[in-house]
Design a protein around this ligand. Structure first.
Ligand code: ZN
Ligand code: ZN
Length: 130
């Protein structure tokens, strides 16, 4: 089974996904934009039971009701998004993975909130919500 390994910038937080992730998608919403500082956020959605933290425990910030965002308390890298809407899932940021090139996004969420100067050229499905 494939294992996807990831870590924050300083390496204090290390985690892995066993097997293929459930989905991979870009989010263009303003909340994610502020949480990451990036124009768009690309998430690797996984079932919590297929993931584990190998080193460290991320710090937590509740960014809105029912939404928990985690980050490395040492270096500040955003780690994951967990929302009550997806209670069995954890959504890691794609840029944390060793082989991010193999984690290919398949969809866009919240395109209506996208920054206008960011031009999407793929034909991947657009999802209304997350
Ligand atoms: Zn770190
Ligand atoms: Zn978002």
């Amino acid at each position: 089974m494939t294992t996807f390994k990831g870590s924050c910038q300083c390496g204090a937080i290390q985690f892995q996904i066993e097997g293929d992730p459930k989905w991979i998608a870009h989010c263009h919403c303003a909340d994610c934009r502020r949480a990451t500082g990036a124009a768009a956020s690309t998430y690797v959605g996984s079932e919590r039971k297929q993931t584990k933290f190998v080193a460290g425990t991320p710090s937590t910030y509740q960014s809105s009701k029912g939404v928990k965002r985690t980050f490395c308390g040492e270096c500040g890298s955003p780690i994951a998004y967990q929302g009550e809407r997806w209670p069995s899932e954890i959504h890691f940021f794609v840029g944390l993975f060793e082989r991010a090139e193999d984690l290919v996004p398949q969809a866009h969420a919240y395109e209506a909130e996208k920054l206008p100067w960011l031009h999407i050229v793929d034909e991947d499905p657009r999802k209304k919500g997350g």
